[in-house]
Design a protein around this ligand. Sequence first.
Ligand code: DX5
Ligand code: ZN
Length: 224
Amino acid sequence: MSGISAPEIRITPSILNADRSNLSSEIGRIADVSDFIHLDVMDNIFVPNFTFDFDAASKIIRECPIPVDAHLMVAQVDEIAISYAQAGAASVTIHVESASDIRSTCLGIRAAGARAALALKPATRIDDYQEYLDVVDMFLIMTVEPGFGGQSFIEEMLPKIAQTKRIIGDRPIWLQVDGGISLETIERAAEAGADTFVAGSAVFKADDPAEMVRALRSRVISTR
Ligand code: DX5
Ligand code: ZN
């Protein structure tokens, strides 16, 4: 590079809509150009969809050639979140709507060696969670209702992303968006302050998923 450092941004493809019967080759297609693999864990209770149980998810984490960002959409998340950190996830995201002791769960995730992240569903306000700034490594602002890939980006989340960015200030806390991120929407999310981008169908429905990851990254860099 020419002495100008790239802005700190991360692209984390979600394998939710990848070919799950062939996951290792699907991950192989984008591993070199991605920062993390985003692993959506759904229990059919917290959200009306099921993806992986803990054993299946742990196997993916173990075998994944790049760090895994585990997004837990499960009921009563506190205890299992720490197990995900112990299983080797690099980052573990819990939903504030599911956790009963956010502070101690975040601390437990960190103690097990992972980054601790807090996710907010679209209707959940960020205002009530400022007290956790000291135990959180990333906020995830959901830009769709959690549960399914392929939904449209909810534009009304842009002010919430911007508000979260203001709350974070210059703390080293990442700001992730998840849901409907594509070449059409990623710039607006970036301009609002997001720096970590989950993309599921945009990547895995593309003819060339690696090229799509590169294109998404360039779009964000063009906003900086
Ligand atoms: C939805 C999941 C997302 C999903 C995103 O609940 O959390 O990670 O895979 O998929 P797209 O990018 O297709 O909206
Ligand atoms: Zn997700």
